[in-house]
Ligand binder design. Structure first.
Ligand code: SAM
Length: 199
């Protein structure tokens, strides 16, 4: 699906003020030249672009070769790799921060839970994780997203927060909103952003 969407995804979602505010929070917490992992890095904008422009070492991982090609072109100051994050081996306590913006939704709940726990272990104690998702109690639901059929799985707000907390992350702030993508085939959707600190 994301191979098909490519830049259209950025056009529809890239203007989110809450996403930009989340990046501003992360930038205010990071030490100089921090190592940051961006999971499901998409087109590289706004996340990797904002972090790389501030002098941080960003590794973006995305399973879509089209997204990786776009991100590599748009954000030459960051590194991007095409891989399924579920299979990537990450060193413990090797990143100052990890970003997970809307990249969990095509995984089962068990996979999301296992991945968030593994990503949390990859963050240095006292480091940070920013997560964003669609806080809806839905499992394997067929939806049409930007004119594309796709299966989606997520958690309610309370269950998502519990999953994150169980992964040894402390939620420092939380932001919810209803976002309307700038695309005729995309409906308004609830967004949940969590700003967390690794215990
Ligand atoms: C909804 S887009 C969000 C892109 C970006 N994080 C943003 O917020 O602008 C989700 C991205 O996660 C990627 N993705 C989904 N599942 C993945 C997986 N298992 N491993 C790596 N990337 C994945 C998709 O290819 C897509 O680029």
């Amino acid at each position: 699906m994301f191979d098909v969407l490519g830049l259209a995804y950025e056009k529809a979602f890239g203007a989110s003020e809450t996403h930009r505010a989340s990046l501003a929070w992360l930038l205010s917490e990071l030490p100089p030249e921090a190592r940051v992992l961006d999971v499901g890095s998409g087109t590289g904008r706004p996340t990797a672009a904002a972090l790389a422009a501030a002098g941080h070492q960003v590794l973006g991982i995305d399973v879509s070769p089209v997204m990786v090609e776009i991100a590599t072109r748009q954000v030459p100051g960051a590194e991007f790799r095409c891989a399924d994050i579920r299979t990537v081996v990450l060193g413990d306590e090797s990143y100052d921060a990890v970003c997970v913006y809307f990249s969990l939704l095509q995984m089962s709940r068990e996979e999301q839970t296992r991945l968030v726990a593994g990503l949390s272990r990859a963050v240095k104690p006292g480091g940070h994780m920013a997560l964003a998702t669609i806080p809806v109690d839905a499992e394997g639901v067929e939806v049409v997203f930007m004119d594309q059929p796709v299966r989606a799985t997520s958690f309610s707000r309370d269950d998502f927060v519990a999953m994150v907390t169980d992964a040894h992350l402390t939620v420092q702030s939380e932001h919810t909103l209803v976002f309307t993508p700038a695309h005729p085939g995309a409906a308004a959707e609830p967004h949940l952003f969590l700003h967390c600190r690794r215990d």
